[in-house]
Design a binder for this molecule. Structure first.
Ligand SMILES: Cc1cc2nc3c(=O)[nH]c(=O)nc-3n(C[C@H](O)[C@H](O)[C@H](O)COP(=O)(O)OP(=O)(O)OC[C@H]3O[C@@H](n4cnc5c(N)ncnc54)[C@H](O)[C@@H]3O)c2cc1C
Ligand code: FES
Length: 259
């Protein structure tokens, strides 16, 4: 159940230029793929922002974020004493999505992360870790390939960067159905999160190659409340419009009509 509470940042780590891991006060019981809405308590901010819950342990939970605009720039500079408002956990995670779409209990999963999309996938990679799963992790440069130490031994990791600075040069799709890559149909399900162009390319790729393995996508729609009140996060599906913050953020490829 979503709770609303005040918290404060207890640990700040800069993982790469403008990429931060923050730990915030309070343990959250959450499902992989769920997120927290975080609101700054200052004179400028009204609208909270969604961030995937990376992990929760002891008396804290963690998020990963990159500075994109004004809000994340201000958040990155927050002092450790400043309080923030949190709604969490929000949305429907990967495990509930597997049940909703009546997928079989996955024994072998293909994860596909683009840059910061690893934040949503990491708890699923950790939860389902059984030595049989594979992660394709793509970025523009090696600086986007973050939290590698946390991923160690949790899945086989195949890296791809657009500039070739780490792993194979190219896009994540270059590592699917290639000789040195993987065949998604060898897996029970694929789970992905990343920039919209990557998700769009994957949905198209799944269609063109007639891939049978279901593809679960963690969607990052613009959100204003995260609680199903403002309707700003509606996504077109075969079953009519669905709220990304309640029904989502996890959707199955065949259901989405936006790509
Ligand atoms: C369910 C959900 C989970 C999310 N989890 C995370 C997370 O774990 N970590 C994280 O960093 N972000 C996550 N996001 C996105 C995050 O909320 C936005 O990055 C953040 O709102 C940016 O806020 P801003 O005001 O600083 O930038 P904005 O003013 O909103 O954006 C500034 C510019 O950056 C672009 N931009 C914003 N976000 C992104 C992005 N994610 N990728 C590429 N370009 C972008 C915008 O299009 C715009 O051009 C999530 C979003 C959703 C819906
Ligand atoms: S963000 Fe307000 S309804 Fe989804």
């Amino acid at each position: 159940m979503t709770e609303i509470f005040e918290s404060r940042v207890v640990r700040k780590i800069e993982l790469a230029p403008q990429v931060f891991l923050f730990e915030l006060e309070r343990k959250i019981n959450f499902e992989p793929g769920q997120f927290a809405m975080i609101g700054l308590i200052d004179e400028i901010s009204v609208i909270p922002k969604p961030f995937s819950i990376l992990y929760s342990k002891d008396e804290s939970f963690a998020i990963l974020f990159k500075v994109f605009g004004d809000w994340t720039a201000r958040f990155s500079k927050i002092s450790e004493k400043s309080r923030v408002r949190v709604f969490a956990p929000c949305g429907t995670g990967f495990i509930s999505a597997i049940k909703r779409y009546k997928l079989k209990n996955p024994q072998k999963i293909l994860f596909i992360a683009g840059g910061l999309g690893i934040a949503s996938l990491y708890p699923a990679i950790d939860f389902f870790s059984n030595g049989k799963n594979t992660l394709i992790f793509g970025g523009r440069t090696s600086q986007d390939i973050i939290i590698k130490d946390m991923l160690k031994n949790k899945a086989e990791i195949l890296i791809t960067t657009e500039d070739g600075s780490e792993g194979k040069k190219g896009l994540v799709t270059n590592l699917i159905k290639t000789a040195e890559g993987v065949d998604p149909d060898d897996f029970d399900v694929a789970m992905t999160c990343g920039p919209t162009p990557m998700l769009k390319a994957l949905v198209k790729f799944w269609k063109e190659k007639n891939i049978k393995a279901p593809l679960l996508l963690a969607m990052e729609e613009k959100m204003a409340c995260g609680l199903g009140i403002c309707f700003s996060c509606s996504i077109k599906t075969q079953n009519g419009p669905k709220l990304c913050c309640q029904y989502g953020p996890i959707f199955i490829n065949k259901e989405l009509q936006i790509f």
